[in-house]
Design a protein. Structure first.
Length: 202
């Protein structure tokens, strides 16, 4: 259970009690920050936690956290310390959405990140770096939700993004460009949660 300012809590059904994990400035193996925005488990059972000041993965045996922070002088570090969402695709690749740092994709073998970011001169890059959410279609292509940038679609065969924006002249289009949640259902419909725009279905 992630909280806005009290860290992370783990419920044990056997003992009917919580174990609490929080940031300790004197312990480099503690949680990176007490504002927890995302919790996701990888296909191999590793727990990943996104906070407002870094990404962590949790060692269940030792109860230690390994932190991943943005380091401006290291291009392969995570794109931003403010994590919004963590998503594992069908290949168990981890996609991390960040506030104003674009998309970071983790390579566990190299312990490095690669990035997708908005580039003004590149019309096939992300529309904006304030990324909130992901969904994967049956072909392995990735839908990306962006707060203020509509929906982006990554074609994995070309490694290029196309964009869908709201348009006041298209009543059946997106209600706005502030996308915060995405989900593809079993029929291939994309459900889109908006800031102030309800739910859209594409």
């Amino acid at each position: 259970m992630g909280t806005i300012d009290r860290g992370l809590s783990l419920w044990d059904e056997a003992t009917e009690s919580f174990t609490h994990f929080d940031y300790n400035p004197e312990d480099p193996n503690s949680l990176a920050n007490n504002q927890v925005n995302a919790i996701t488990e990888s296909h191999d059972g590793t727990l990943w936690v996104g906070t407002s000041w870094g990404l962590c993965h949790f060692n269940e045996a030792t109860h230690d956290f390994t932190r991943h922070h943005r380091k401006p002088h290291i291009p392969e570090s995570i794109g931003s310390n403010d994590i919004f969402h963590i998503f594992f695709d069908s290949n168990n690749t981890m996609w991390v959405s960040t506030r104003f740092g674009g998309v970071s994709i983790y390579d566990p073998g190299k312990r490095k990140f690669m990035h997708y970011k908005s580039v003004f001169s590149d019309p096939y890059s992300l529309s904006d770096n304030n990324v909130t959410s992901f969904a994967e279609d049956g072909s392995g292509n990735i839908w990306v939700g962006i707060d203020g940038g509509g929906i982006n679609y990554l074609d994995r065969s070309t490694n290029q993004f196309s964009h869908i924006f709201s348009d006041p002249n298209v009543p059946s289009g997106l209600t706005n460009d502030k996308v915060i949640a995405l989900m593809l259902d079993s029929e291939g419909l994309l459900w889109i949660g908006m800031w102030g725009g309800g739910v859209n279905v594409y």
